[in-house]
Design a protein around this ligand. Structure first.
Ligand code: FMN
Length: 226
């Protein structure tokens, strides 16, 4: 069986999606699956080669970050490019997805997950499941102990895919928690927000890119009020 892993992050090699793919590969190896090639869709000039690799594969896993409650443009462009292929090249292909996001609640990714199930069915693919994982931004820079549970879950995902050809419902449900915050979590969050701790990472990114002083800019504000 020909397998292929696709990274849909515009950050390419230095992305959370790539890290997740490395854990998935580890799990697949534990299930006796040889390391599949990984292609970065961020290399948009290689779209033709990426499309050909997809069409030649029997099983594909596409991992991407949630962008504006949906997918990065390069993921949509890729899906549209493979969607034009002959149905004989698409029918029966096993495709799994992992959608990971910055916000911790999985509800943000549910709409795009429904789209992925629908596009799989319309293009004749065997949908091997979609995993949703929130709270992923920063995993590349977090200490090992802090990401240990997430890492173990994705290694397990790789094992499941290697052994069963799909993700288990139990793992899918576990990774998707919390779907939304409960009243107690919201109360705690409101208190923590006052300390500024929640904004620490984002503020440091804004400072790094010389944009901190402009963080309350609202370029479309006046038009929106009209
Ligand atoms: C342009 C842009 C839009 C984003 N939109 C969302 C969003 O709507 N919801 C969310 O939870 N995270 C959003 N994020 C955060 C990413 O999903 C998150 O940081 C992810 O872990 C990045 O993964 P990567 O390193 O593989 O690209 C957005 C990030 C960017 C840069």
């Amino acid at each position: 069986m020909t397998r292929l892993l696709l990274n849909g992050s515009p950050r390419g090699k230095n992305s959370n999606s790539r890290l997740i793919l490395s854990w998935l590969t580890q799990g697949m190896a534990e299930a006796g699956v040889a390391e599949p090639p990984v292609l970065d869709l961020a290399r948009i000039s290689e779209l033709e080669a990426q499309r050909a690799a997809f069409l030649a594969a029997d099983e594909v896993v596409l991992v991407f970050p949630l962008y504006t409650d949906s997918m990065p443009g390069l993921v949509k462009a890729f899906l549209e490019a493979v969607g034009t292929a002959d149905s004989a090249q698409l029918n029966g292909k096993r495709v799994a997805f992992i959608v990971q996001s910055g916000f911790p609640e999985s509800i943000h990714s549910e709409a795009v997950a429904r789209y992925l199930a629908r596009v799989s069915s319309r293009l004749g693919w065997v949908h091997a499941g979609t995993l949703i994982k929130g709270g992923v931004e920063g995993i590349r820079v977090m200490p090992a102990w802090q990401v240990a549970r997430t890492k173990a879950a994705f290694i397990r995902a790789g094992r499941e895919l290697g052994r069963e050809g799909h993700f288990s419902d139990e793992l899918r449900a576990r990774l998707a928690g919390p779907r939304t915050f409960g009243p107690w979590q919201l109360r705690v969050l409101r208190v923590v927000m006052r300390t500024g701790l929640l904004n620490f990472y984002w503020n440091s990114m804004l400072k790094k890119h010389n944009a901190h002083a402009r963080r309350f800019d609202a370029p479309y504000g006046a038009a929106a009020r009209r």
